[in-house]
Design a protein around this ligand. Structure first.
Ligand SMILES: [Fe+2]
Length: 191
C-alpha cells in the first residue's frame, strides 16, 4: 500500500519558483547542439554561458498512478536568430499526455506526432495546452520576458530526449523583422 501523505507545493505565479522542488538548470553549453548557428552558440558560451532554462520538479515518485508536475522558466534570448528553447522530448511511454499551463510570458509550443504531423500552439498567461499522447513537445520563448509555465504529466511517462536531439524538430522559430516566424529546420534529419 502507498502511504504517501498529501502535500502542497507553493508556486510563485510570476517567477515560476516552485518550493520545495528539485531544480534542473540548462545553459547554452548544455543545449548548443539544438541550435543551427553553432558559431553564435560558442560566442555566447565564451561570454558567460547564460542560462537558457530551468525546470523545478515537485518531489513525486516516478511511479504509475502519480502525477509528475513542475514549472519551467525559459529566459529571453536568442542564439543567432533562433529563440531560446527547451531540449524537448517525447515520453518513453508514448501513450501518455501532458498539460502545459502558461503563467507568464509569450511562447510557442512545438509538437510533432509519431505520424510526422506537426503543430505549434501559442502560449500566453492563462493558456492551458493539451499535448495528446504520441506527440513530442518543445517550448520556445518568443518574448522579451521569461516564459513561465506549469506542467502536469503521468509520473511514470519517462523522458526520451535523444530522439529529438538526433532528428531535430521539423520547424525552428526565428526572429525576422521583429516577429517570431516558423521556418523549416535546415538540420532536420529523416526518421
Ligand atoms: Fe513531457
Amino acid at each position: 500500500m502507498n502511504c504517501m501523505k498529501p502535500f502542497n507545493v507553493v508556486i510563485n505565479l510570476k517567477s515560476g519558483e516552485l518550493s520545495p522542488g528539485k531544480r534542473v538548470i540548462r545553459r547554452v553549453s548544455d543545449v548548443k547542439a539544438l541550435f543551427v548557428d553553432k558559431e553564435a552558440a560558442e560566442k555566447l558560451i565564451r561570454s558567460g554561458d547564460p542560462l537558457v532554462y530551468e525546470v523545478i520538479y515537485a518531489d513525486v515518485p516516478e511511479e504509475e498512478g502519480h502525477l509528475g508536475n513542475c514549472t519551467t522558466i525559459i529566459y529571453p534570448g536568442k542564439v543567432g536568430e533562433e529563440f531560446f528553447l527547451t531540449k524537448g522530448h517525447r515520453h518513453e511511454k508514448l501513450g501518455t499526455a501532458e498539460i502545459y499551463f502558461c503563467l507568464q510570458g509569450k511562447g510557442k509550443l512545438l509538437m510533432e506526432s509519431v505520424d510526422g504531423d506537426w503543430e505549434a500552439l501559442d502560449m500566453f498567461p492563462g493558456s492551458a495546452s493539451y499535448i495528446p499522447p504520441y506527440w513530442s513537445h518543445r517550448t520556445v520563448n518568443v518574448g522579451t520576458e521569461p516564459l513561465v509555465f506549469y506542467c502536469i504529466f503521468p509520473a511514470d511517462a519517462g523522458h526520451d530526449y535523444a530522439t529529438i536531439e538526433r532528428e531535430g524538430f521539423p520547424k525552428i522559430v526565428v526572429e525576422r523583422n521583429g516577429e517570431a516566424v516558423l521556418i523549416d529546420n535546415p538540420n532536420r534529419k529523416g526518421c
